[in-house]
Design a protein around this ligand. Sequence first.
Ligand code: OAD
Length: 248
Amino acid sequence: MPRERLRLGGNARLLVLTGAGVSAESGIPTFRAAGGLWESHPIEKVASPEGFREDPERVWRFYSERRRKARACEPNPGHRALVAAEERLQHRFLLATQNVDGLHRRAGSRRLVEIHGNLFQSRCAHCDRAPFDDERTYEGEALPLCDACEAAGRMGLLRPHIVWFGELLDPAHLQRIDAFMQGNERLVFLAVGTSGSVYPAAGFVSAARRMGAETWLVNAEPPDNVGLFEHFVEGPSGQVLPELLPLG
Ligand code: OAD
């Protein structure tokens, strides 16, 4: 349990980056642990544009299952501690999450950038219509088609609004994070529940350090990049965050 608390007095700003670990206590499996999602599902088959072209049915089965499971899970005290921090800090707070499970939003986070997309949104794989809310599951039935393409006499398949391997993150999301880092007031960077193995998110800690930020990591175990952080608190985020983050 942490003896330390983040000090966020004055005009200090807090940039938080979360990963799969923050949702582990809600019952959502992480990616790289033994028994994690990438052990049982080959990334290139279910999380790449090539995998989708090869077998869209398999991809939709995978994401339908993830939609069903995530819907059955609830935010945990770690998610809620971040909402409390946001309520206190307001514009001095920004949460960038790699998670697509929607639990931060369901907990009440609003100053939120979902850099890897959202499990509960779909978009067209062919046209540039905006992503839209979609909770449906597509298994053992016709693949979902895009209405806009159909109206234009084309066939477009819907796909999950998730950033797959080999795809670029939304530049507007990266700009928002960068702009937050650029402010003049003291910056604290806190990463939670992430192995630091996927870029560009894995590079945020170094970018924050270049901006003079104080850097913290909360993780169940020390990941490979633990040495990049000035402060490391080992433990489950659902227990650590409510103690670490100041409320008053
Ligand atoms: P990982 O599965 O790589 O790492 C999760 C980290 O959380 C590990 O270091 C665990 O030790 C830690 N952890 C587990 N339970 C925890 C708990 N209760 N409290 C705190 N920490 C805990 O997941 P990510 O780093 O999020 O991308 O993976 C990054 C990206 O790789 C994901 O967004 C996903 C994946 O491929 C896409 O799908 C685009």
